[in-house]
Design a protein around this ligand. Structure first.
Ligand SMILES: Nc1nc2c(ncn2[C@@H]2O[C@H](COP(=O)(O)OP(=O)(O)OP(=O)(O)O)[C@@H](O)[C@H]2O)c(=O)[nH]1
Ligand SMILES: [Mg+2]
Ligand SMILES: [Zn+2]
Length: 271
């Protein structure tokens, strides 16, 4: 229960509370947040999904088909928030899993752990539990990839609803509608979040988009211009690295696409 209606709290928030009239906990105050993960809601307003995170686990699967741009956007959010990012491929029991695992391997040299798991046959679940132990991690990703199924597997007391994909479109059914936090058996917590269809975390100012791509940092330090956006500028070492393949050209393309998105949609969320 909230003492004041205007008090906005989300999963992971630390609060001050007292015992209310009926013996319920009544939240009096929300304490300062270390960080918060936001994304635009269906009406284009900024929605805060969770706060005080230490990790963002981006979940994908062979079915529904993985969208690596969504993964890049969530990993960029992890960089901006200075929390760990990891990539989890669920449904390793399905056809097409080996191909997807191959493509996701490109995240390893960038510095992100990539784990193949199956909530159904439980393969890889031990490694995932070890990777998440002690973290306050949110599971994000497209609807239907199996975030709630993984949480039910990892957190013995969780009992989240899950649902099959819609047959017509091979997409999730948006079963989870609000973020929910579950304690992890070995210390820490996991937050389930509602899946996304094609949009992802809130945008940042144009010149900060590059901070979300950690492999740009080295080459960017030797670009001719200190304020290089790595788009058309001469003497751009990031662009050169993408052309040479030392930066994954697909990731570079994600960066350009994200800058275009900020240019098109850039609302003054951060103003
Ligand atoms: N084959 C296979 N199917 C799985 C696996 N994990 C989950 N599923 C199925 O995928 C479907 C969607 O799972 P959910 O856990 O509801 O997916 P979600 O990511 O929570 O979806 P939203 O709440 O809509 O965002 C369900 O039918 C699950 O049984 C897996 O490892 N293998
Ligand atoms: Mg769910
Ligand atoms: Zn540059």
């Amino acid at each position: 229960m909230l003492a004041r209606r205007r008090l906005r709290v989300v999963c992971g928030d630390r609060v001050r509370w007292r015992k209310g009239a009926g013996g319920d906990a009544e939240v009096i105050e929300r304490l300062a947040r270390d960080n918060a993960l936001t994304r635009p809601d269906s009406r284009g307003r900024t929605e805060t999904l969770a706060a005080n995170l230490t990790a963002i686990a981006v979940v994908c699967s062979p079915r529904p088909a993985a969208d690596l741009f969504i993964i890049d956007r969530y990993l960029a959010a992890a960089e901006q928030m200075a929390v760990r990012g990891l990539v989890v491929m669920n449904k390793s029991d399905l056809e097409g899993a080996a191909d997807l695992a191959d493509r996701l391997g490109a995240y390893r040299p960038v510095g992100y752990p990539v784990l193949s798991v199956s909530a159904h046959d439980k393969s890889g679940i031990e490694s995932l539990a070890a990777a998440l132990a002690g973290e306050t991690a949110i599971l994000v990703g497209q609807s239907g990839v199996g975030k709630s199924s993984l949480i039910n597997t990892l957190c013995p007391d969780a009992d989240m609803d899950t649902a099959g994909l819609s047959e017509a479109r091979d997409e999730g059914r948006h079963t989870t509608t609000a973020s929910v936090l579950h304690p992890l058996p070995r210390h820490g917590a996991l937050i389930d979040s509602p899946g996304v269809r094609d949009y992802a975390p809130g945008l940042c100012p144009r010149d900060e988009v590059q901070n979300g791509f950690r492999e740009f940092r080295g080459p960017a330090s030797t670009c001719r211009f200190g304020n290089c956006m790595h788009l058309q500028e001469p003497g751009c070492e990031v662009k050169a690295a993408a052309a040479a393949g030392t930066i994954d050209p697909r990731r570079y393309e994600s960066y350009r696409r994200l800058v275009r998105l900020v240019d098109q949609l850039g609302r003054p969320d951060w103003a």
